[in-house]
Design a protein around this ligand. Structure first.
Ligand code: ZN
Length: 234
């Protein structure tokens, strides 16, 4: 019955979740840092001023992404932990009812009642808590939310991708500065959009187009406002 060689379809949902988070955070990094720099550049600021804006944007963005991710994953972690505590208590107080509950979960998934009871008993004998967490609550012990890891990954990802417009500023002559920042950032966005679309199993072209148009709009608006403010103040 089993054909291991042909069992090669790729499941995308749930896989690479931290990688997807990193890719999504990287869009933010490019769009916000490039927009910030273009806004300053459009006010005819010096290279130094644009660089300071870019670096400040990088640091602020990385910090805020890291802190935000830490808070959000921590609360997910707290919820998981609370669920685990409740389940432990239930198992201690009502072992028989909990065993029936587990068996009924397998019945609902299509297992015959007698067999379901056996499965529930055997899984409970091996590790009762794990069986309940996995099949009743959908919590895998090895895949619990990790706030520090999530914070570190999103901060590092933001800082890395915020370098794209900064590098463009540093390597391109002043005349082409604004175009270089915009074009290099948009190309990077398109590539990341394609990668994100591929990871999510969605249309690669559409995903790339979406982030590129969104990013282009953000940069255009910020540059226009930077120009207006630059003209009115300067
Ligand atoms: Zn239970």
């Amino acid at each position: 019955m089993r054909k291991p060689l042909r069992h090669t379809e790729r499941h995308r949902s749930g896989r690479n979740s931290w990688l997807r988070a990193a890719v999504l955070g990287s869009d933010d990094a490019i769009v916000s840092t490039a927009s910030l720099m273009l806004g300053v550049a459009a006010s005819s600021a010096s290279k130094e001023a644009i660089l300071v804006a870019g670096v400040a944007g990088l640091v602020a963005g990385a910090m805020s992404m890291g802190a935000g991710e830490y808070v959000s994953v921590s609360s997910q972690r707290d919820a998981e932990q609370a669920d685990i505590e409740v389940e432990k208590e239930e198992l201690a107080l009502h072992p028989q009812a909990e065993l029936n509950e587990l068996a009924m979960i397998y019945v609902k998934r299509g297992v015959d009642k007698e067999l379901a009871i056996k499965v529930a008993e055997q899984l409970s004998a091996k590790n009762r808590l794990d069986a309940h967490l996995r099949d009743e609550l959908g919590i895998e012990k090895g895949a619990l939310a990790r706030p520090l890891q999530a914070a570190w990954i999103s901060a590092a990802s933001f800082a890395t991708f915020a370098m794209v417009p900064i590098v463009a500023l540093l390597v391109v002559p002043a005349t082409f500065r604004i175009y270089a920042i915009a074009i290099l950032s948009l190309v990077s966005l398109a590539v990341l959009g394609a990668v994100g679309g591929r990871l999510g199993g969605a249309s690669v072209g559409r995903a790339a187009l979406r982030v590129t148009i969104g990013g282009g709009l953000a940069m255009g608006v910020t540059a226009a406002i930077g120009r207006l403010v630059g003209v009115s103040v300067g």
